[in-house]
Design a protein around this ligand. Structure first.
Ligand SMILES: [Zn+2]
Length: 457
C-alpha cells in the first residue's frame, strides 16, 4: 500500500517494521510509516528512507491515545500522559473559562496536544464569586443562580465555544442546586452549536436520587434539545447500577440519540473532599462505603470520622474506593465505553489513573485478563474519542493526518502507578510521537521538545 510516489523520497521520520494497528481502517499488518511535516505521508509494505529511522520490529504501532478526561494540564502531567501513550489530553469535564487565555498559556510549550471544553463550573464559579480552585466549594454550591446570573453564566459558556472550545463541560454534582432549567439551557446551547455536552451527572449510586435518575435527566435533555451527550466516568456514577446505566445509554442510541460514555480502569475515583460530593449522606450515595474507604492523596492514609472532618474543612484530593472490580470489567468490556483517565497529578500526588489508565487497560484487561481484544481496546482509546469530538485528524493512522503515534511492546506494556505512589511512569511505550516529533524514544522521555498543539473546534 503506497501513497503516490512518496516512498521514493526521504521522510523526516520513518517507523519501520512495526505491526500497524489502526481501528479506524481495520488495518492490522506490518508496515513502514513515513512522516513528513508532522503528518503521516506514507504507509508502505516496502522499506522507506528517513533522516530518522525508528525500528518498531515486534512492536505495535497505534494511533496516539486521545484522553477526553484529563484534568492535569501541566508539564508534569503531560510527561506522565506521554509515557502512557497519550498524545492528546483534553479537559472536557470541568473545562475552561475563559477559554482563550487557557489555550494561550499552553501553546508552544506542551509535550502533547491539549484542549478543553467551555466549562459551566468555572463560569458559574466566576459569576457567583466562588473561592474554589478546580472545583467549586462555597458560593457556587450553596444556592441556585438568579435569572441574571444564569444569563451571565450562559454568555460565558457561549463565548468559550466561540473561542474554539471543543464542547460544553458540566459537573452537575458539584453544583447540586443548579436547577434543571439552568442545565437544560446548556444542552440547548450545545445543540445550537452542534457540539456535545460532557457531563458529570447530578447524582450517582443506587440510592434514589442516584445514577438512574441522573442519567434520565441528561438523556431527556439530549432528546429534548438535540444536543450530543457524553457521560463521564460511568462506573463511579453507576457503581452496581453500571449495567443498567449502559442499558439505558444503549437504548437511547438505538432510538437515534447521540450518547456516548467513558470509564477509567480503577476501583476508586478521586475528587476534592471539600466539594459537594461529600455533603450529608455521601456514604449512601457512594454505595454504602465508610470513612476507611477514603484515602487521602497527600499521604496515602485511610480516613476516620475525625480526619475526614479535619480534611473536609481544609480541602484536597481524596480517593474513594467505591467501584466494584466486576463493574470495572463490565464497563471496560462494553463496546459503548471509551477509555478516559479523569487524571490529575500535583507534585507527584494524586490518582494513579493520571499515569497508568491506558497501559493498564492494555496490560491488565487485554493481555492478562482477556476482557477485550487489543484492537477493540485501541478503538476505545483512539478512533472512538476522536469521533466523539468530531475531529478526523486524530485517532487514526492515515495519509495526510497528524502523525500522533504510540509504539509499544504488547508483551510488556503495563501501568506502574499505585494509590500510594501514583507518580510512576508506565512501562512498555517504546516510541511516542506527537505531530511527528518523538516525545518518548527508546522507552524514555525526550527532553527539550514541545510539539503539542491546542485542539479547537
Ligand atoms: Zn467527574
Amino acid at each position: 500500500m503506497l501513497a503516490g510516489v512518496a516512498w521514493a523520497q526521504e521522510f523526516d521520520v520513518v517507523i519501520a517494521n512495526g505491526r500497524v494497528m489502526d481501528p479506524a481502517s481495520g488495518l492490522d499488518a506490518v508496515r513502514h510509516i513515513g512522516i513528513r511535516g508532522g503528518k503521516v505521508a506514507a504507509i508502505s509494505t516496502e522499506a522507506l528512507h528517513g533522516r530518522t529511522v525508528l525500528d518498531a520490529k515486534g512492536l505495535v504501532v497505534a494511533p496516539g491515545f486521545v484522553d477526553l478526561h484529563s484534568h492535569g494540564q501541566t508539564p508534569e502531567n503531560y510527561r506522565f500522559k506521554a509515557m502512557d501513550g497519550v498524545t492528546t489530553a483534553l479537559e472536557m469535564e470541568v473545562g475552561a473559562s475563559p477559554v482563550s487565555p487557557w489555550y494561550a498559556a499552553r501553546e508552544g510549550k506542551a509535550l502533547v496536544n491539549f484542549g478543553a471544553s467551555s466549562g459551566h463550573l468555572p463560569a458559574r464559579m466566576a459569576v457567583m464569586h466562588d473561592s474554589g480552585a478546580l472545583l467549586p466549594r462555597d458560593k457556587a454550591v450553596e444556592r441556585a443562580a438568579t435569572a441574571g446570573e444564569q444569563r451571565e453564566i450562559l454568555a460565558l459558556v457561549r463565548r468559550g465555544l466561540d473561542e474554539g472550545a471543543l464542547g460544553i463541560g458540566l459537573g452537575i454534582a458539584y453544583v447540586p442546586l443548579a436547577s434543571r432549567a439552568e442545565i437544560l439551557d446548556l444542552f440547548r446551547l450545545a445543540a445550537e452549536k452542534k457540539t456535545a455536552v460532557y457531563v458529570h451527572m447530578r447524582s450517582g449510586g443506587p440510592v434514589e436520587p442516584g445514577a438512574l435518575d441522573a442519567l434520565q435527566e441528561v438523556i431527556a435533555d439530549a432528546a429534548a434539545t438535540g444536543a450530543s451527550l457524553h457521560v463521564v466516568h460511568i462506573t463511579s456514577m453507576g457503581l452496581r447500577e453500571t449495567p443498567l446505566c449502559l442499558e439505558m445509554i444503549e437504548g437511547a442510541r438505538r432510538r437515534g440519540l447521540d450518547v456516548t460514555t467513558e470509564a477509567y480502569p480503577y476501583t476508586a475515583g478521586m475528587t476534592d473532599i471539600g466539594s459537594a460530593v461529600f455533603s450529608e449522606g455521601w456514604q449512601a450515595r457512594q454505595g454504602g462505603i465508610t470513612f476507611s474507604d477514603l484515602q487521602w492523596a497527600a499521604t496515602g492514609e485511610r480516613l476516620t470520622a475525625d480526619s475526614f472532618a479535619r480534611y473536609r474543612r481544609q480541602g484536597g484530593m481524596v480517593a474513594i474506593h467505591s467501584i466494584p472490580e466486576d463493574m470495572v470489567k463490565v464497563a471496560i468490556g462494553n463496546a459503548l465505553v471509551e477509555i478516559a483517565s479523569d487524571g490529575i497529578l500535583e507534585n507527584g500526588k494524586g490518582h494513579p489513573r493520571a499515569a497508568g489508565t491506558f497501559t493498564r487497560v492494555l496490560g491488565r484487561y487485554v493481555r492478562e485478563q482477556h476482557v477485550l481484544t487489543l484492537m477493540e481496546a485501541l478503538r476505545k482509546m483512539t478512533s472512538a474519542p476522536a469521533e466523539r469530538l468530531g475531529i478526523h485528524s486524530k485517532g487514526r493512522i492515515a495519509v495526510g493526518e497528524d502523525a500522533d503515534l504510540a509504539v509499544f511492546d504488547p508483551a510488556r506494556v503495563i501501568d506502574r502507578a499505585t494509590f500510594e505512589d501514583p507518580a510512576q511512569y508506565a512501562e512498555g511505550m517504546v516510541y511516542v510521537l506527537v505531530n511527528g516529533v518523538p516525545v518518548v524514544r527508546d522507552g524514555s522521555l525526550v527532553e527539550g521538545v514541545a510539539p503539542g498543539r491546542g485542539l479547537r473546534r
